[in-house]
Design a binder for this molecule. Structure first.
Ligand code: T1G
Length: 680
């Protein structure tokens, strides 16, 4: 028996060396007259797929599809002992083997569409032969991995074993030789309606993306043509998509996400693991933060002002737990264990010492200052103190805190237990040790951490404010909120800006505009429509069943009241309303966001353009397949951006100051991603 171990740390990604090694291993096994061959991986992973770092260069021989065609037709039985993740090319190796056994903790999948490509080494043809068309469409079309137990249930693997290599060694060769290679098997027949339904689901959920539909079409071929034809078409599609704009965008995000996590190693790692946390305020945000912390194993105390508020905090936390249970994300036992990790206290009750205290109270400077004043009176002066403010000045909040090195902003996004983004706001005094703790917390919470400097709204809400401002000006000039929402959804945003405001409540942005005194400022063009909706019409969004939209039985409809308000505002501002195409709306709002992001980079609030990409994607529903805001800006090009900004600025100079950095990029014809390195 030949035992072949893939050994390319950290995740055994398949590069040229691994491909050559696999070919050589087959030669050695045959030359040594081995009767069977086992393939496994060293370390925690089996094989995490093709090495994404090679994708920017032309493909190099030997190609994985050729290596695996040879493996699939090897004259001796082959067993894949899947000791950990088997993704992409890793699962394709397994599918080219005759027998598959996996450890219970292994996860298996074909995530290629999440990189903007399709499987390139037989996945779309061999998988349906193992599991049928419907399951294959779901696995390939969504790119989600499954656990070993599910893989066994659907027939993707033959066995689950704690030690897959030991199991493989003991498999009876006569049993093995009766198993046909997938290449010689027909795809099982499936119910046409079920297949059609699976295809429709993929198409619906991947709007804007190229790869998922193409991947599904390839899977369908497995039901209608010879494997050789299917494999040839798969390879051609893989090569076509590999260098595409969307694949580049997905890869950019893949590496940006990992780089964001690695950035934590720039700061000292905490001396000990975080175990206990205090969350001040148990509203929707505080309760969700507490739930997220408890899910990562921390013991959490929610502090409230009085018994009534504490009871409501308890209800808020219970509601999130119940959602987790009803959606099947938590078993009853897990929900109970989680609940046991959350306790409640009211002010003036004795508090245990905690590793970190996170304030998640009402967005008001005086309220927050009072909270921190009471916390410093009862907690040791080494406890890390964090504020979840979305806009307020972190330096001002830190100003009355002894030992302010321990003070940091941790800006969670709502719902805090679901949204992946965590803005870590570094104040003037925040110490590297505190930042180390913040990154460790992000890791424990499995969030994408992005470091931000202090400014109004930090990275994300500052860009959001500019986006809304640009959209409001479009309203004044003739667009409707309904057209703007439609345009932004068509661009790929998860939601349009007005439906999003209706969902979160118009009063929040209203209070924020008041705080910024927008009405009186001369450096911003004031558009009164949103304020009037709140002040004169008490339209606060979904919660008052009227906002930018009317709601009948929860269903949004265009509102004649809002249209009348728009017309009046334009008339008062002496602006002649005109029609906007969806692409004009998209261009305007995007350029506004890009301009703001450029200023944020220029001021050093964000360290890298990739960070801004991550913030927009993980906090605000920016489409991943566009690679984030500044990756998208780079596809437009700095010269064109500058030219459009100059045109807009000529018409409306107040709204369109042009950041110097745009001019500099345009004159050297460089990109945002190119300058990130030099800024750091
Ligand atoms: N290529 C290159 N590097 C990779 C990699 C890959 N496929 N996967 C992971 N890494 C690096 C990653 O950058 C990081 O590096 C380190 O490994 C640990 O990763 C022909 C076309 C395997 C579940 O999409 O899902 O096969 O930052 O921090 O949380 O059809 O990584 O330490 O320098 O994420 O334990 C399909 C993607 C490729 C798998 C591990 N495969 N990877 O998660 O650690 S396309 C994927 C993952 C393909 C064929 C085709 C996860 C993981 P550094 P990590 P983790």
């Amino acid at each position: 028996m030949a035992i072949v171990t893939v050994n390319n740390p950290p995740v055994n990604a398949i590069n040229k060396n691994v491909r050559c090694g696999l070919l050589e291993a087959m030669d050695v096994a045959l030359a040594g007259k081995a009767k069977s061959m086992v393939i496994t991986g060293r370390g925690k992973a089996f094989v995490a797929g093709a090495d994404a770092k090679e994708f920017d260069a032309p493909p190099q021989e030997p190609h994985l599809n050729d290596v695996l065609s040879r493996l699939a037709s090897l004259p001796i039985p082959t067993i894949c002992a899947i000791n950990g993740v088997a993704l992409g090319g890793g699962l394709e190796i397994a599918l080219a083997c005759r027998y598959r056994v996996a450890s219970p903790s292994a996860s298996l999948g074909l995530p290629e569409v999440t990189l903007g490509i399709v499987p390139g080494a037989g996945g779309t043809q061999r998988l349906p032969r193992a599991v049928g068309l419907t399951k294959a469409i779901e696995l390939v079309g969504f790119g989600k991995a499954i656990r070993a137990s599910e893989a066994l249930a659907i027939g993707l693997i033959h066995a689950v074993a704690d030690d897959p290599v030991a199991f493989a060694k003991a498999v009876d060769l006569t049993v093995l030789s009766e198993i046909e290679p997938l290449d010689l098997m027909p795809t099982p027949t499936s119910d046409t309606a079920t297949v059609q339904h699976a295809v429709e689901q993929v198409v619906r959920k991947s709007a804007g993306q190229i790869a998922p539909k193409k991947a599904v079409d390839l899977v369908l071929l497995a039901g209608s043509c010879e494997i050789s034809e299917g494999l040839a078409k798969e390879r051609a599609t893989f090569l076509e998509l590999r260098g595409s704009e969307q694949a580049r965008a997905f890869r950019h995000v893949f590496f940006a996400e990992r780089a964001a996590v690695s950035r934590g190693s720039n700061f000292p790692s905490p001396e000990r693991e975080l175990r206990t946390a205090l969350v001040v305020g148990g509203g929707n945000m505080g309760a969700a933060i507490a739930y997220a912390l408890a899910s990562s194993g921390l013991s959490v105390t929610i502090l409230e002002t009085d018994n009534g508020a504490s009871a409501r905090a308890n209800e808020n936390a219970d509601r999130i737990l119940e959602q987790g249970r009803s959606r099947g994300l938590l078993t009853d036992g897990e929900a109970q264990a989680l609940k046991a990790r959350i306790s409640h206290r009211v002010r003036h009750e004795k508090l245990e010492v905690v590793d970190i205290a996170i304030e998640a109270a009402f967005e008001d400077m005086a309220v927050k200052k009072a909270i921190f004043a009471s916390l410093i009176a009862i907690l040791p002066d080494t406890t890390i103190l964090a504020t979840n403010t979305s806009y307020l000045d972190v330096n001002e909040l830190a100003s009355e805190i002894p030992n302010p090195g321990r003070f940091v902003g941790l800006h969670f996004f709502s719902p805090a237990h679901i949204m992946k983004l965590l803005e870590i706001v570094r104040g003037d005094h925040t110490s590297p040790e505190t930042l180390g703790v913040a990154y460790a917390l992000a890791k424990a919470l499995r969030k994408v951490p992005v470091l931000s400097g202090v400014c109004d709204g930090f990275i994300g809400n500052r860009i959001l404010a500019r986006y809304r401002q640009a959209a409001d000006i479009l309203l004044l000039e003739g667009a409707t909120p309904y057209q703007i929402d439609e345009a932004m959804r068509a661009f790929g945003m998860a939601m349009g800006p007005y439906e999003a405001q209706d969902m979160s409540g118009l009063d929040i942005a209203y209070a924020n505009r008041k705080r910024q005194n927008l009405r009186k400022r001369t450096d911003v063009r004031y558009v009164p429509i949103a304020d009037r909706l709140v002040e004169n019409h008490k339209r606060l969004g979904r919660k008052s069943e009227a906002g930018w939209y009317d709601y009948e039985g929860g269903k949004p409809a265009q509102s004649p009241t809002v249209i009348a308000l728009l017309e009046r505002a334009s008339h008062e501002a002496r602006v002649e309303r005109r029609a906007f195409r969806l692409c004009d709306i998209q261009e305007r709002t995007m350029i506004a966001m890009i301009a703001e992001a450029a200023s944020i980079l220029e001021e050093g609030i964000a360290e890298r353009s990739e960070d801004i990409d991550l913030v927009l994607m993980h906090g605000y529903g920016f489409p991943r397949w566009r690679g984030g805001l500044l990756h998208y800006a780079d596809t437009i090009g700095s010269k064109k951006l500058l030219a459009r900004m100059e045109e807009l600025s000529a018409q409306d100079p107040i709204s369109w100051p042009i950041p110097d950095i745009i001019g500099r990029l345009a004159s050297s014809n460089s990109s945002f991603s190119g300058i990130s390195e030099t800024i750091v």
